[in-house]
Every structure is written in structure tokens, then in C-alpha cells.
Ligand binder design. Structure first.
Ligand SMILES: *Cc1c(COP(=O)(O)O)cnc(C)c1O
Length: 424
């Protein structure tokens, strides 16, 4: 059989996409350890400034084995929920390596973090008050909204006047009042302006804004500028990468000059999610049906939006590679629409895309699917979530999450078990 190799050098290590599918089934998330470690190291070296720490925003991909690799690279982690705290703890992160950035969390959820000595960031004055009542005299962080936002889609812009996140800068006095009232120590402030910026300028503007807010508080232990570092997603069209060197230089310059006037030395933090994991992941799927209907040629696959939601949710582009049985097919290309197997007409992975001519049984690779891929998957249409495989640096594949089985779809209906647990 002729095998077409990925343009991502050595992505599949010692195994081919066909062998992966034969061994682990289709669809399948495949990750590459070397690429993950490269991205972690690149972020860790973003600036030379010694008081600098990277926190991985684990909501982008919370596979236990990937989290362990991130931890080995000396990176701390952000959690958005008790579930993420639970999984991060299982991956070996210590309480002081986890930062709980809650949004409208319940008292129980806040208490979950407090009882484990995990630092909590609150998202409003009312949540600060809730924290004060639960943990008077404790340490807390406050998330501010610097008034600037960025992102690839309005749904992921999380700073600026029109988002639900953070405390507006004009509420600093009120924050101070509540801190005093409950004898709380403000250990740090944080922000996150949105997801997927490609222009360093917008992030640096956010940095400047947060530093202006930070100057109104004395003795902060840390200032956290958030994530959002973009992945280009259009490498086949030659899209440029985010200029990490330019971003690092801009950041370094701003931090150095600001610290001189601040009076103490806070730790500076960033919170990349996507940037660390997007490129290390490919989603493999199989072509099961091909048809021409009116003016459109459809390539029907097992890659429904239950497996990868981004194209349907955000209209996101993912490059697609075809691993063809018949190499001849690569000489000719045609415009097709690649769809999944979910009973909704919006179930489209790629619309009007020029791809090599395909036949049933061909394997597709959806590129840069490591971030917001598996973690946003669902059982919609009672479909099973796929397995996940890691290509180790040695080239060997390792199964790091099993494919779901039909019994998994029934598990939560066994209500008796659930009742017993909560009575404990
Ligand atoms: C999601 C999130 C991040 C990471 O965003 P990316 O775009 O994946 O880098 C960082 N900080 C917070 C608070 C987030 O919610």
C-alpha cells in the first residue's frame, strides 16, 4: 500500500495513520510528544526576565498523560472547575502549582479549592465577598477586565466592555473595601483578554492596562497576563506563526521598566492553553460515503461535530491531509465539502475545500486539533468518544485514553450508585 506521509515531519513516528486506525479504531486523536515539549519550552523561554512563570490553561486539553508532560516541563496549571483541579491533582500537580480561575462559581466549588490550599481568583466583587465569607483572613486573587479584548470569534473574546469576565478597573476602590472588610490579602491580579490573537500588539496593550491596575495595589506577589496566544491553523496556505520573539521582546521591555517604579518584585505569569497543545494533535478519521448532491460533492466521514466541535461552533478552519490508499489520486484535486455522521445539516468540517480526489476507506488527518478538541467532544447522537494515542519522542505509539464503549452511555442512568455516593 502506498502511504502518504504527513507534512508534519515525523508526526506519526514509527507507525502510519492507517496502522493507527487499524490498531485503535476511527476516529482517533493522535498527539506528538516532541511537538508538545517544544511548545512548552518555547513558552517557558518567552522572556529572559527571571521572575516569570508559565501556567498551562488545562481546559484546552486535559488528557492526563499530556498534563504529566506539561508538568515535567516545569509549567504550572490553571483550573476552571473542581473537575479540572481533580484531574490536575491526578497528574501530579501540587496545590501551589494550581491556580483556580473561577467564573460564577458556587460556594461549594470555592470551598473545594480553599480546603485544598489552592489559590482562587474571583471574577466579581460579589464573588470576592463570597470568598471573604468562606475564608476570612485568606489569600485571594482578583481577575480584572482591562477593557481590551481579542479573539478569533466573538464567543472567545473575554476582555473589553462586552464580556461577562473580570472586574472593571473603576471598581478598584470597592475591591479594596471588601478586602479590608474580610481581612483578605490580595496576592495577585490576573486577566485573560481572549483566545487566539496573532498580533502581539493587542496582548501588549492588555499587559499595559493590567500594569496600570496593578500599580494601585501594593506588594502583589504576582501579576498574571492571561493566555490567548494564537496558532495559525492555515499552514497549507503559508500562514505566518505568531511572532513569539516580537511578543517576548515587547513583554520584557514593559515588565523591566514597570518593575523599577513598583517598589517590590512580583512574579509575572502567562496562561497559554491553545498554544501549547493545538499543534501537537491531529484528529484521524475515515471516509465512509461519497456523493454528489446538486452542485456539491460531499465526503462523508466519521468526524462528526461530537468529535471536533470547533468548525461548527466557531466556523474554525482546520487544514486537512488525506492519507490515500492510491497515490495516483494526489495528482488530481477537486473541491469538496467534508462532513460528519451527525444528524444535523451544520455538521461540516470543511466547506468547499480543494483536496486530493478521495475514495471510501481513505483516512483524513484534521490538523492542529490538539486544543479544544477532545475536551469539547460529546456523546451527541449517542456516539462514542474516540480513543487518544500519544506518539512518544522515541516514535512509539501509546494508548493514553481508551475509546468509549456502549456501556459508557448507560453508566449515568444507574441512579442508585449516584445516590449511595452522595449519602456518604
Ligand atoms: C481559556 C483560558 C486561557 C487559555 O486560553 P488560550 O486561548 O487557550 O490560550 C487562559 N486563561 C483563562 C482565564 C482562560 O479562561
Amino acid at each position: 500500500m502506498n502511504t502518504y506521509y504527513s507534512t508534519k515531519t515525523n508526526f506519526y513516528g514509527s507507525i502510519t495513520p492507517q496502522e493507527l486506525i487499524d490498531t485503535y479504531g476511527s476516529p482517533l486523536y493522535v498527539y506528538n510528544e516532541t511537538i508538545l515539549r517544544e511548545r512548552c519550552r518555547e513558552m517557558a523561554q518567552l522572556i529572559k526576565y527571571p521572575y516569570f512563570k508559565v501556567n498551562y490553561s488545562s481546559k484546552a486539553n486535559s488528557n492526563l498523560e499530556l498534563l504529566k508532560i506539561v508538568r515535567e516541563e516545569g509549567i504550572d496549571a490553571d483550573a476552571m472547575s473542581p473537575g479540572e483541579i481533580h484531574v490536575l491533582t491526578a497528574a501530579g500537580f501540587k496545590p501551589n502549582q494550581i491556580f483556580y480561575i473561577g467564573n460564577n462559581v458556587s460556594s461549594e466549588e470555592m470551598r473545594y479549592a480553599i480546603e485544598r490550599d489552592i489559590l482562587v481568583s474571583v471574577d466579581s466583587v460579589s464573588q470576592l465577598r463570597k470568598f471573604g465569607m468562606l475564608n476570612p483572613g485568606g489569600e485571594v486573587a482578583v481577575r480584572f477586565n482591562p477593557g481590551v479584548g481579542a479573539g478569533h470569534h466573538e464567543k472567545v473574546v473575554t476582555g473589553g466592555a462586552n464580556t461577562k469576565f473580570g472586574v472593571a478597573p473603576d471598581l478598584v476602590a470597592e475591591v479594596k473595601t471588601v478586602l479590608r472588610e474580610y481581612k483578605l490579602t490580595l496576592s495577585g491580579i490576573n486577566q485573560h483578554i481572549g483566545s487566539l490573537f496573532m498580533d502581539p500588539g493587542v496582548y501588549l496593550t492588555g499587559v499595559e492596562r493590567l500594569l496600570e491596575i496593578a500599580a494601585q495595589f501594593e506588594g502583589l506577589d504576582f501579576i498574571d497576563f492571561g493566555g490567548g496566544f494564537g496558532t495559525s491553523y492555515r499552514n497549507q496556505a503559508g500562514a505566518k506563526r505568531l511572532d513569539i520573539a516580537e511578543l517576548g521582546a515587547g513583554l520584557e521591555e514593559r515588565l523591566t521598566s514597570w518593575t523599577g517604579s513598583y517598589g517590590s518584585q512580583p512574579l509575572f505569569k502567562v496562561e497559554p492553553g491553545r498554544y501549547l497543545v493545538a499543534e501537537c494533535g491531529v484528529l484521524l478519521g475515515t471516509v465512509h460515503g461519497i456523493k454528489k448532491s446538486y452542485a456539491t460533492k460531499y465526503i462523508g466521514t466519521d468526524l462528526g461535530f461530537n468529535v471536533l466541535t470547533r468548525p461548527v461552533l466557531y466556523g474554525s478552519h482546520h487544514d486537512i491531509e488525506v492519507y490515500h490508499k492510491n497515490l495516483e489520486g494526489f495528482i488530481k484535486k477537486e473541491v469538496v465539502t467534508v462532513v460528519g455522521n451527525i444528524c444535523e445539516s451544520g455538521d461540516i468540517i470543511a466547506k468547499d475545500r480543494e483536496l486530493p480526489i478521495m475514495e471510501e476507506g481513505d483516512i483524513l488527518g484534521v490538523m492542529d486539533a490538539g486544543a479544544y478538541g477532545y475536551c469539547m467532544s460529546s456523546n451527541y447522537n449517542n456516539r462514542l468518544r474516540p480513543a487518544e494515542v500519544l506518539i512518544k519522542t522515541s516514535g512509539e505509539p501509546v494508548l493514553i485514553r481508551r475509546r468509549e464503549i456502549l456501556e459508557d452511555l448507560i453508566g449515568t442512568f444507574l441512579v442508585k450508585v449516584e445516590v449511595n455516593k452522595s449519602e456518604k
